[in-house]
Design a protein around this ligand. Structure first.
Ligand SMILES: C[S@@+](CC[C@H](N)C(=O)[O-])C[C@H]1O[C@@H](n2cnc3c(N)ncnc32)[C@H](O)[C@@H]1O
Length: 278
């Protein structure tokens, strides 16, 4: 099989035309890419990202800390023997993607990336074809349609739902409004997972921000159609109800099993947790 052939199974018929990129509208993935110091964004994304940056160095610290949390969490789950991951809200590939962490621990690990942003999928497919990846699949789908995700061939052909799965919902739920029932969506996905599965979740909160900063985040994301829906610790904890939180529980993301000493001056307003389905 030629390098990357596997990626061609990734629903090419459903792949949107370039006009769907809507470069004049800021997109969460591209704003995040700007904040991470990447190159895959347009003027509208930069404008939103610069407004976030204007709030202070904390914004860049936050996205880096979130990314580092994702990597520590995937490493932790791989250490627990989990070898299949469903990563919803993937983001534009950057250093240390889920498949790289998981497959460094176990070369046979399987990963399905799911994102609703066509740019993310274009980059992910290009990356996978470069490295001739076969155990990593890419699906363009929306978290708000969990049944479509669970039924997609990219998922069903890759993930064995009779064995524990790592479900990643990292920095994505805050792009769902309350009216879109993010809690129901999470429990629907969790219901599909067998015992022994784990959920990795992070979510922007206002708890480490001043009122002015909260208002600034709202302004920065005002043109992003999904908005930035900050939630309290209680609201984020509710997403994981019925699951068993791994130590140290739901914490600001730099504090989740840090590899190095946490700088107490870092003001990272993102909550993070890993929780097990028993
Ligand atoms: C802030 S990035 C997070 C990327 C990665 N999970 C991480 O934490 O490094 C959020 C990602 O979620 C995606 N996203 C936002 N809303 C989504 C939805 N309703 N369905 C699927 N993906 C979504 C965006 O396109 C973006 O790639």
């Amino acid at each position: 099989m030629a390098q990357g052939d596997d990626w061609m199974h990734a629903d090419p018929s459903g792949f949107p035309a370039p006009t769907d990129l809507r470069t004049e509208v800021p997109h969460p993935a591209r704003v995040y890419d700007f904040l991470l110091g990447g190159k895959d964004h347009f003027a509208a994304d930069r404008e939103a990202g610069e407004a976030v940056m204007a709030l202070g160095e904390g914004a860049r610290q936050a996205v880096r800390a979130n990314r580092a949390f994702l990597q520590r969490a995937v490493r932790t789950l791989a250490g627990l023997g989990i070898d299949q991951f469903l990563d919803i809200g993937t983001g534009i590939p950057t250093a240390g993607n889920t498949h790289q962490i998981a497959q460094a621990a176990n070369p046979d690990a399987k990963v399905v990336y799911v994102d609703n942003d066509p740019i993310v999928l274009t980059h992910a497919r290009a990356l996978m074809s470069q490295v001739g990846q076969r155990s990593t699949r890419v699906l363009q789908a929306d978290l708000r349609d969990p049944d479509k995700i669970l039924a997609a061939p990219e998922v069903t052909e890759t993930i064995d739902f009779s064995r524990p799965v790592g479900l990643l919902l990292v920095a994505v739920l805050h792009f769902l409004k309350d009216a879109e029932n993010p809690g129901e969506i999470v429990s629907h996905l969790v219901q599909a997972l067998p015992p022994g599965s784990h959920v990795v979740l992070s979510h922007v909160t206002g708890e480490a921000l001043t009122d002015d900063e909260i208002a600034g985040v709202g302004r920065a994301y005002s043109k992003v159609p999904e908005g930035m829906n900050l939630r309290t610790r209680e609201q984020v904890a509710a997403f994981l109800e019925g699951l068993e939180l791994l130590e140290p529980g739901l914490v600001l993301c730099p504090q989740w099993r840090p590899d190095e000493e946490v700088n107490p001056d870092d003001r990272v307003s993102i909550l993070a947790a890993v929780a097990a389905k028993r």
